[in-house]
Ligand binder design. Structure first.
Ligand SMILES: Cc1cc2nc3c(=O)[nH]c(=O)nc-3n(C[C@H](O)[C@H](O)[C@H](O)COP(=O)(O)O)c2cc1C
Length: 323
């Protein structure tokens, strides 16, 4: 990440990375997605790798179509004690209980300002995944999301309300509609006011939600005019130890959630599918199930720097858009 941070800000090394790993145009034109501008590719980077917007340019140069930074919380916090991150090498998966380690919204805002001060930085589609601080009680959670939305909306293309990480005690309880609705309303309102435009807002859900809870969240996004849903986060449905697991085992459940969401959401709403994408076939399965865009994290860790460009090239070659 440090190397990507440095190499990404120097035009010569950044161009070399693009030429090596992302040489062909895989872009999706404005109008084919929820964005008012061109997207470099349908596969983006999922939240949690660049939690603080440190290496946006470098990661983009490797071939990710867009990036979701975060999770960002209002105040800086260290996250959980180490060890908090493990590889499950046999199955090429990861288990983590990071706990939203990040330098807080003010620091993220400064980095995004710097990013947006250059033409290359402005060309990158960036979404901000926002959450609450560990010390914030759930009844005060809306204020944390409001602060993050207000500070970040002017600098990003979309916002993602994270209520699905397993490593902040009680966070996932916010997925119930009674608690989620005020958070979604305040995020929409604060984002719109700060950005002086309708900023697309997503909710990121857990793969462990029951079908009826997925349906309730979908219904709420329609009522409030949210852009859509990011499905899904890590799972706690495992016996590997504490934390959430990511990687291949997520695909089956998440694929079913995507199918369910496609049947429930308005056609104009957007589904971003994330969970266990390792091959072009995985990506196509999600897209053909109704996902509009994709994100990944774990396969990138195992496969390395050439992987995002390879998947985006495969998608550009083989996917016929359904909308
Ligand atoms: C180490 C690690 C940290 C993560 N941190 C976050 C986070 O801060 N916020 C979030 O919404 N998701 C986070 N995630 C979840 C990913 O964004 C993604 O939803 C999940 O890993 C499934 O995708 P994958 O199978 O491609 O990894 C994290 C995942 C990993 C492996």
């Amino acid at each position: 990440m440090k190397a990507l941070e440095v190499a990404g800000t120097i035009p010569v090394t950044r161009d070399l990375m693009s030429l090596t790993f992302d040489p062909t145009d895989t872009s999706v034109p404005a109008g084919e997605t929820f964005l008012p501008r061109k997207l470099k590719g349908r596969l983006g980077l999922a939240a949690g790798l660049d939690k603080e917007a440190r290496a946006v340019e470098g990661l983009h140069a490797l071939g990710f179509g867009f990036l979701e930074i975060g999770t960002i919380t209002p105040r800086p916090q260290p996250g959980n004690d180490k060890p908090r991150l493990w590889r499950i090498t046999e199955s090429r998966e990861i288990r983590n209980r990071m706990g939203f380690n990040n330098s807080g919204v003010k620091a993220a805002k400064q980095r995004l300002r710097k990013l947006r001060s250059t033409p290359y930085g402005r060309s990158i589609v960036v979404g901000a995944n926002i959450g609450k601080n560990k010390v914030t009680p759930n009844e005060d959670a809306p204020l944390d999301y409001e602060i993050c939305a207000r500070e970040l909306a002017p600098l990003v293309d979309f916002l993602v309300i994270n209520v699905s990480s397993p490593n902040t005690p009680g966070l996932r309880d916010l997925q119930s509609i009674e608690t989620l609705r005020p958070i979604a309303e305040i995020t929409l309102e604060a984002g719109r006011k700060a950005a002086k435009r309708d900023i697309p807002v997503f909710v990121k859900i857990a793969p462990d939600l029951a079908d009826e809870d997925v349906a309730a969240v979908a219904q709420m996004t329609k009522e409030l005019g949210l852009e859509g849903i990011v499905a899904a986060n890590t799972t706690i449905n495992h016996d590997e130890g504490p934390g959430g697991v990511s990687g291949p085992r997520l695909k089956q459940r998440t694929l079913n959630i995507v199918k369910q969401l496609r049947s429930l959401l308005d056609e104009a709403q957007t589904i971003i599918a994330v969970g266990g994408i390792s091959t072009v076939e995985d990506a196509l399965e999600y897209l053909n199930a109704g996902a509009d865009l994709l994100e990944a994290f774990t396969a990138f860790i195992y496969e390395g720097p050439a992987w995002p460009g390879k998947i985006n090239r495969g998608i550009a070659k083989r996917f016929i858009p359904h909308k």
